[in-house]
Design a protein around this ligand. Structure first.
Ligand SMILES: CC(C)(COP(=O)(O)OP(=O)(O)OC[C@H]1O[C@@H](n2cnc3c(N)ncnc32)[C@H](O)[C@@H]1OP(=O)(O)O)[C@@H](O)C(=O)NCCC(=O)NCCS
Length: 129
């Protein structure tokens, strides 16, 4: 756990989502918390997505999309705003399908490979009547 822990994981504003298979094995994860993006301005709330991953043996079966949809729904339920992440470049297409777009140039993280910023606006979910 210490190897994959991220700063802010225990903050009360950080939300963690996971997908479980029928044996209660965690097969997908994603976390989101309020955090300004690394550019100006971002008026309004901003949310950073981190820790998106699925187990290799379930990839391509919709679990990543399910976790990401839960993250987007969480943001929408808390008023929406700008959702952004540092995307590994091989995952750009995955995020694109969820409406995120790239911003700026890719850079190389020596530990985990090339990354690029991606983001989208999430509309607030209308209050239930
Ligand atoms: C990126 C990741 C989370 C996607 O999870 P997943 O469970 O495979 O996602 P889904 O099954 O919902 O994939 C949705 C679609 O995107 C496609 N897709 C998934 N990963 C892809 C990738 N790396 N490149 C291109 N397309 C991808 C799937 O084939 C699927 O296509 P389909 O709808 O035509 O079937 C997963 O591949 C992963 O954990 N990768 C390693 C860690 C990583 O890169 N995390 C992101 C860090 S920013």
């Amino acid at each position: 756990v210490s190897e994959v822990a991220l700063p802010g994981d225990d903050d009360p504003d950080t939300a963690h989502f996971c997908a479980l298979d029928s044996s209660d094995r965690v097969v997908g994860t994603g976390s989101v918390r309020p955090e300004a993006p690394p550019w100006e301005p971002a008026s309004g709330p901003a949310w950073r997505l981190r820790g998106m991953a699925t187990e290799p043996d379930v990839r391509g079966s919709g679990i990543g999309t399910a976790v990401l949809t839960a993250v987007i729904d969480h943001v929408a339920g808390l008023g929406g705003g700008l959702l952004w992440c540092h995307a590994r470049t091989p995952a750009v297409e995955f995020y694109r399908r969820a409406g995120l777009v790239t911003r700026g140039e890719a850079w190389l993280d020596p530990a985990i490979g090339p990354h690029i910023v991606m983001w989208r606006e999430v509309e607030a979910r209308p209050a239930a009547r």
